[in-house]
Write a protein that binds this ligand. Structure first.
Ligand code: E4P
Length: 230
């Protein structure tokens, strides 16, 4: 499963892109509205940093407006994916954008029937939301499993993108259920790093190594002799 970062923060992408785990990014109007700076510059910078598919969302409510915004957003960078909300106008816009050769991430998908419509309209990515289903007491894993099964069985090539990720377990669930991508907030990516046994293990290795100061001298000499640089 590929990992995208779900954010509107350039600083956050700068930090986490260094880990080498990100294949793309998603933004949405709410995430961008929280940030200082111009959306155009933010979207371009994020696309540069992840150097992969970067979703930017349309906000018009009619298909003509969505198509016009989508084509304009795509003009910013060839890595932009047009994010379109699921609705009748969104399906029409997705179909028209796909016919024009533009990749679409159909967002706000909560059920397999919706996912089937999104796939048939030509969406490249289908954003299956987890956290928002949990919020209303529904089983997000069951919904994602149905969406993955429904989309796998068609020939459109649409990819299931697990979204509205609220904790590391959502990421594991997405991978084990067969999502193609999970888009994960920076906070959750940082939580995925953490394990108390990893921290204590590193501390123990460091402490044991320091009981033999000559080892540090040897390793520094090895680095110097090899000419290795960071
Ligand atoms: C991503 O594409 C979605 O817009 C995002 O994951 C929504 O997350 P939220 O439900 O936590 O706002």
């Amino acid at each position: 499963m590929k990992l995208f970062i779900d954010t509107g923060s350039v600083a956050e992408v700068e930090e986490i892109a260094r880990w080498g785990v990100l294949a793309g990014a998603t933004t949405n109007p709410s995430l961008l509205a929280k940030e200082d700076g111009e959306p155009e510059e933010i979207i371009r910078r994020i696309a540069d940093l992840v150097d992969g598919p970067t979703s930017a969302e349309v906000v018009s409510e009619d298909a003509d407006g969505m198509v016009a915004e989508g084509v304009a957003l795509r003009g910013l960078d060839e890595r932009i994916v047009v994010k379109v909300p699921f609705c009748a106008a969104g399906l029409e816009a997705t179909s028209r954008l796909a016919d024009l050769g533009h990749p679409v991430n159909m967002t706000l998908v909560f059920s397999a029937p919706q996912a089937i419509l999104a796939a048939e309209a030509g969406a490249t990515y289908i954003s299956s939301f987890l956290g928002r289903l949990d919020d209303i007491g529904m089983d997000s894993a069951e919904s994602l499993a149905e969406i993955v099964a429904a989309v796998r069985d068609n020939s459109t090539g649409a990819q299931v993108l697990a979204a509205s990720i609220r904790n590391p377990i959502h990421v594991t669930t997405s991978a084990t259920l067969g999502a193609d991508v999970a888009t994960v907030p920076g906070k959750i990516l940082r939580q995925m790093l953490a394990h108390p046994l990893t921290t204590s293990g590193i501390d123990q290795f460091t402490a044991d190594w320091q009981t033999r100061p000559e080892f540090a001298v040897w390793l520094k000499g090895l680095v110097d002799r090899s000419g290795a640089t960071a």
